[in-house]
Design a protein around this ligand. Structure first.
Ligand SMILES: C[S@@+](CC[C@H](N)C(=O)[O-])C[C@H]1O[C@@H](n2cnc3c(N)ncnc32)[C@H](O)[C@@H]1O
Ligand code: SF4
Length: 501
């Protein structure tokens, strides 16, 4: 057990992020008792971390101690000048930084993103560029204030520079669309996304599509009245191709009727190869979809069976050939690094197979053990990843993808990622997915439809965003569709009003 004692601050949540990076999913107990017996017990049992802060005039001084068995083992302290307006932000940063330095020195381990624990590390680079900082200054800030590694600094700056011409200039009346299909052919063991085994809920498909159509009709009518332009559309999930041919056609037609006229990019996740047929691909192509995803995750058949993918690598190759034959010229593939039983050798095999498929983009995910996944629930029945150094696997992927002419264009992180790493989208020049960039960098509103879909309204002038969550449970989503449409329209109305003022 890890015990934490805070003195003169309450940044327990921020510190827990750093502590979990080093100790994994341990129980972290906040000690609020000052009595020496209580401290004694904590120290004897396990690790006690004490974080304190002192403010004197404009100087913030932070100290962090590591104790075990009643003894102080190590201590780190640092101070900075902070003006009133930045006090809170600087205090949080310093508390995290001293804890990170303490644990990295005691446990002799550092992480590539240093104290940047959020989902969108590249956002900070954009913020600094906005402030007119030079690349050299940004480099120094990331290195000294946030302890980011050299290669992640270079990666962050490279990605921000690629993204900027796509994000800017911001067009106030431009939005992107997300449509979620919460069904899959079966459930993959690592996944915790909104997915329901379609074989077990056939009766829900038709009522679900009725509600989805109603939502799309009402909101597209509103957006047309507002003269909003839809820049990109993303049909994801789940697995849209888990639907039958007629249902898939119905969804794509509803989307095109609602939003098709101004769209620059339309992605459809064809996802699991065992859900793809030539007929479905034809419907997708005729439905003006410009980009599809065919996702191997790995090209090793033993692993595919182990993670419940219910398809093999030959099916992936066959789907690719089918898609190319039908004229798809923008295909993405998703990979996961650090899958059970996989290491350098398995990754090398996957990448050499991917090279033959020659996709326009590859999205490389670092394995995240999600609480709601079968892999987490039955962890003891899976072998662990062979490669303990997941950062080395990421570097190996980056190098080989570069040789294939693919370069990083967007990046994000999730909770519980192995070694606090990241997911990176790589693409050939000119094949960057605009939707992926817009959803991560949050300068454009995303209007989202379907169960568990989250609409994000960006109030650019006020530099803030507001969310509207649709209900995750399919039955409840269907029952409450009118209420969800109303709250989405209300949020959009607030957003357009703010933009027009
Ligand atoms: C929302 S899923 C949809 C993809 C599609 N249904 C499929 O399975 O091919 C998007 C991607 O997230 C990634 N992913 C899902 N769960 C993950 C996990 N636990 N760790 C890392 N990546 C994960 C996979 O690469 C997956 O293709
Ligand atoms: S990875 Fe894709 S197919 Fe597998 S359960 Fe998740 S969403 Fe469904």
């Amino acid at each position: 057990m890890i015990f934490v004692k805070l003195e003169n601050h309450a940044y327990f949540y921020e510190l827990s992020d750093i502590i979990r990076m080093y100790f994994g999913k341990v129980e972290i107990t906040l000690l609020d008792c000052l009595d020496s017996g209580c401290l004694q017990q904590a120290e004897e049992n396990d690790v006690l971390l004490i974080s304190s802060i002192q403010a004197d005039d404009d100087v913030l001084a932070c100290k962090c101690e590591y104790r075990t068995h009643g003894l102080q083992r190590h201590q780190v302290s640092e101070s900075v000048e902070a003006v009133d307006s930045l006090y809170e932000k600087e205090a949080k940063r310093l508390v995290k930084k001293t804890m990170y330095k303490l644990l990295s020195e005691v446990l002799n381990r550092e992480y590539p993103w240093g104290i940047l624990t959020g989902i969108r590390p590249v956002k900070l680079v954009h913020e600094l560029l906005e402030q007119g900082r030079t690349e050299e200054d940004i480099h120094n800030q990331l290195q000294t204030r946030y302890l980011v590694s050299e290669d992640r600094i270079a990666l962050g700056i490279e990605i921000a520079k690629t993204e900027r011409p796509i994000i800017y200039p911001i067009r106030e009346k431009s939005v992107s669309i997300y449509v979620g299909i919460p069904f899959c052919p079966s459930r993959c063991y690592y996944c915790s996304f909104t997915s329901n085994d379609i074989r077990k809920c056939k009766a829900q498909v038709d009522p679900y599509l009725n509600s989805l159509e109603k939502e799309i009709k009402a909101v597209s009518h509103y957006l047309r009245n507002k003269k909003a332009a839809v820049q990109t559309i993303y049909l994801g999930g789940g697995t849209p191709t888990a639907l039958g041919v007629a249902d898939l056609d119905r969804v794509i037609s509803a989307i095109n009727e609602g939003f098709g006229s101004t769209c620059e990019e339309f992605t459809c996740e064809a996802g699991r190869p065992d859900s793809i047929t030539a007929e479905k691909l034809r419907i997708i192509k005729e439905g003006k979809v410009t980009r599809i995803s065919i996702n191997p995750q790995t090209m090793n058949d033993v692993t595919l069976a182990r993670i419940g993918r219910a398809h093999d690598s030959r099916q992936i190759v066959a789907c690719f050939e089918m898609a190319r034959h039908l004229g798809f010229d923008n295909i993405n593939t998703d990979l996961i690094l650090g899958l059970p039983g996989e290491g350098e050798k398995e990754l090398a095999h996957t990448l050499s197979e991917i090279r033959l498929l020659n996709p326009e983009s590859v999205t490389v995910h670092a394995m995240a053990i999600k609480r709601a996944s079968i892999l987490n629930e039955k962890a003891e029945s899976f072998p662990s990843a062979k490669e303990q150094n997941a950062t080395a696997l990421m570097d190996q992927a980056k190098l080989q993808l570069k040789e294939m002419g693919l370069y990083p264009y967007y990046l994000y992180r999730q909770k519980h990622m192995v070694q606090n790493l990241e997911n990176i989208g790589y693409s050939k020049k000119g094949f960057e997915c605009i939707y992926n960039i817009q959803i991560i960098e949050e300068k454009q509103s995303i209007v989202a439809f379907g169960a568990d879909a989250v609409t994000k309204a960006v109030f650019n002038r006020e530099n803030r965003l507001e969310r509207q969550h649709n209900i995750k449970d399919i039955r409840l989503y269907i029952q409450n569709i009118d209420r969800q449409i109303d709250s989405k329209l209300k949020l959009l109305e607030d957003m357009f009003n703010a933009a027009e003022q």
